[in-house]
Design a protein around this ligand. Structure first.
Ligand code: NAD
Length: 301
């Protein structure tokens, strides 16, 4: 029989991921601070809890998909949190993009009560969450990973076991650092090309046939940037949080990242100028302002 899963945080990513668990036949209890975030899931058959504690009491596996580590700490360890309701042997899977040091400390606190923990952050965006094609990066005890593998497979296509607790969150932050670097460098390349009067769409097509291509140039530029839609569902604020995690790790390990630090500072400046809630691909608009040129196609306005 499939275990009952409790899902805390049914926002842009959590809601479609939870829908895929329902589709795979898992009994589901959901909890979010925002009532509206749970509406569609309840219509689709999920039950609603009134706190993370109540949710944990009604399930044996708890998934958290929250903005950042402080939110995970509150939802898991805080008053009316998961730890108060969970039982020995239960398992918490944090699928948020969190800070690995915080993850290890939550894991230690849960272990006192016999509660297990995996970190399993994801890559692939809202599209991947909807289509069940996420890449999932897992840290924790290998036997707990093996037990939870079918649950993770219901939400993702490529599931990687990477090592002890915190390994998933580490690799996720490094992945987003690579992704943000390609976003920035492709934006800067396009701005130079535009200053030369070249057509941005043709430039992106050519790069995508060349060795400078990346997920940013192949998917994000044609889908969100050149169309002026800027609706990826992943914000500048959340990207900046991931870059802070990655660069902090580099500094802590005495392997500071020169390019990574610069890229983080650019996202930080965009947050300071009020762009925290904008789509992360809209970073190009800030760079355009700084350079005094609009690099995008006229097509979308
Ligand atoms: P989101 O802001 O859309 O959703 C977060 C949800 O958590 C919200 O509905 C919020 O109300 C809820 N929440 C916050 N604190 C809570 C608490 N204490 N108890 C219960 N609910 C609470 O964020 P998102 O875009 O879904 O991102 C979630 C995580 O996934 C983040 O760590 C993000 O970095 C990561 N991520 C996002 C994307 C993306 O494309 N959006 C892709 C990969 C990874």
């Amino acid at each position: 029989m499939k275990p009952v899963i409790g899902f805390v945080g049914t926002g842009a990513m959590g809601a479609p991921m939870a829908q895929n668990l329902l589709k795979a036949g898992y009994p589901l209890v959901v909890y979010d601070l925002r009532e509206k975030a749970m509406e569609d899931l309840v219509k689709a058959g999920a039950e609603k809890a009134s706190s993370a504690k109540e949710l944990a009491g009604r399930s044996s596996v708890v998934i958290t998909m929250l903005p950042a580590s402080p939110d995970v700490e509150t939802a898991v360890l805080g008053p009316q949190g998961v730890m108060e309701g969970a039982k020995s042997g239960d398992i918490v899977i944090d699928m948020s993009s969190s800070y690995p040091t915080s993850t290890r400390s939550i894991c230690e606190r849960l272990a006192v009560k016999g509660i297990r923990m995996l970190d399993a952050p994801v890559s692939g965006g809202v599209k991947g969450a909807r289509e069940g094609t996420l890449t999932i990066m897992v840290g924790g005890e290998e036997k707990d990973y093996a037990e939870c593998h079918p649950i993770l497979e219901a939400m993702g296509q490529n599931v990687y076991y990477l090592g002890k607790i915190g390994a998933g969150h580490t690799v996720k932050a490094l992945n987003n650092l690579c992704s943000a670097c390609s976003m920035i460098i492709t934006s800067e390349a396009l701005i130079v090309a535009k200053k030369l009067g070249l057509n941005p769409e043709k430039v992106i097509d050519a790069i995508n046939s060349g060795t400078g291509r990346s997920w940013s140039s192949q998917f994000k530029f044609p889908t969100f940037v050149l169309t002026n839609k800027f609706n990826s569902g992943f914000s500048i604020g959340l990207m900046n949080k991931d870059l802070e995690i990655a660069t902090r790790l580099g500094r802590e390990l005495r392997a500071p990242m020169s390019v990574g630090e610069l890229v983080q500072q650019l996202y930080q400046r965009a947050v300071e100028r009020g762009g925290g809630d904008d789509c992360h691909t809209a970073i190009i608009k800030f760079i355009e302002d700084w350079r005094g040129v609009k690099a995008r196609s006229k097509k979308g306005g």
